[in-house]
Design a protein around this ligand. Structure first.
Ligand SMILES: O=C(O)c1ccccc1NCC(=O)[C@H](O)[C@H](O)COP(=O)(O)O
Length: 264
């Protein structure tokens, strides 16, 4: 069983337990009371690199991961999110998975309340219930992973996220999943450079997919972005945004790491 399969199996158990603890109707009412969504898509869509604008940064608040183990011991999600915003990130991504990434939904709620830029719930979304959870703590966007969903589940979750006012970032690793991603209606497409089954990282994965993603969709290069040279390669190829976690949260001075990465 791959790590991704294990994460998905654990997630199904978590969702079943959460539904017993908090019924969906209750969560829907909480979602209705949540702060209005910020426009995650618009934050990335202005002045695209293909039109001479800068590549945008989605900076990830990430404490640990299956591939790296513990990344940051003195982990303060609010402080990290504030630093990202102060150093020019367009959006933040906040891991909420607990067993594998040591994340929490509360990190998203608290960090998002402390900043003015949009926030994505980074988790393994399999069920509409998790979209309600995300919106109830203020998420502006959610990640949907093609490798974890059937094409019809992907489309249904995409549409349900949009109906709740959130931007779905629809991710793929396997090139053969691109059709399902495009058919889901995704306007924001992420290509993960990390094979979630083997953890091998190859930046060239996003570069090779660039030509296959229609120009009217925004493309995000995800995972394994470490240096300003990496960022330049992606920007030069017309990639609209990067999603970066480990190479920033591992650093003692996160603000300086963002500046270095973005060449500021
Ligand atoms: O990061 C992992 O080890 C991982 C393992 C299994 C499933 C997903 C995983 N990561 C999720 C991500 O996509 C990354 O957190 C994100 O793209 C940022 O990547 P990085 O900059 O390499 O931390």
């Amino acid at each position: 069983m791959s790590v991704l399969d294990k994460i998905v199996a654990t997630k199904r158990e978590e969702i079943a337990a959460a539904k017993l603890a908090t019924p969906a109707d209750e969560l829907r009412r909480a979602a209705e009371r949540a702060p209005a969504p910020r426009d995650f898509f618009a934050a990335l869509a202005q002045e695209r690199p293909r039109d001479g604008g800068p590549i945008k940064l989605i900076a990830e608040v990430k404490k640990a991961s299956p591939s790296a183990g513990l990344i940051r011991e003195d982990f303060d999600p609010i402080e990290i999110a504030r630093t990202y915003e102060a150093h020019g990130a367009s959006c933040v991504s906040i891991l909420t998975d607990e067993p594998y990434f040591q994340g929490k939904l509360e990190y998203l709620r608290d960090a998002r309340a402390a900043i003015g830029i949009p926030a994505l719930r980074k988790d393994f979304i399999l069920d509409e219930y998790q979209l309600l959870e995300a919106r109830s703590v203020g998420a502006d966007a959610v990640l949907l992973i093609a490798e974890c969903l059937t094409p019809s589940e992907l489309k249904d979750l995409h549409d349900a996220a949009v109906a709740l006012g959130m931007t779905p970032l629809v991710e793929l690793y396997e090139p053969e999943n691109l059709d399902a991603v495009l058919e889901s209606g995704a306007r924001l497409i992420g290509v993960n450079n990390r094979d979630l089954r083997t953890f091998e990282v190859d930046l060239g994965h996003t570069l090779r997919m660039r030509e296959r993603v229609p120009a009217d969709r925004l493309l995000v290069g995800e995972s394994g972005v470490k240096t300003h040279d990496d960022v330049r390669r992606l920007a030069d190829a017309g990639v609209d945004a990067i999603l970066v976690g480990e190479s920033l949260t591992r650093e003692a001075d996160i603000g300086a790491a963002v500046d270095r990465l973005m060449g500021r």
